[in-house]
Write a new protein. Sequence first.
Length: 116
Amino acid sequence: QVQLVESGGGLVQAGESLRLSCAASRSTFSINAMGWYRQAPGKQRELVAVDTSGASTNYADSVKGRFTIFRDSAKNTVSLQMNSLKPEDTGVYYCYARLLFGIEFWGQGTQVTVSS
């Protein structure tokens, strides 16, 4: 079992920045990927950015050039720097981790609200 603890959400105005952070509890098995998903009201959860060991980082098209993911594999932490935020970035952001053999874990979610 891996527990993910998120921090850093909040309310900002359009154009401002926020940084989300997530730390994973110690895992017996290697964590192969960490990243972030989000869910806006009335919409499905969607990938924001995921960093996979040995592979390129995957970003949603809507955040490319504005969001940057930072992952420390040794410490099992991941952060998401969000710049030039837009109202459509509003939602609950979930930290995500995947073990080497595919089991996935989710954080409890942190609210990000961007006002226009």
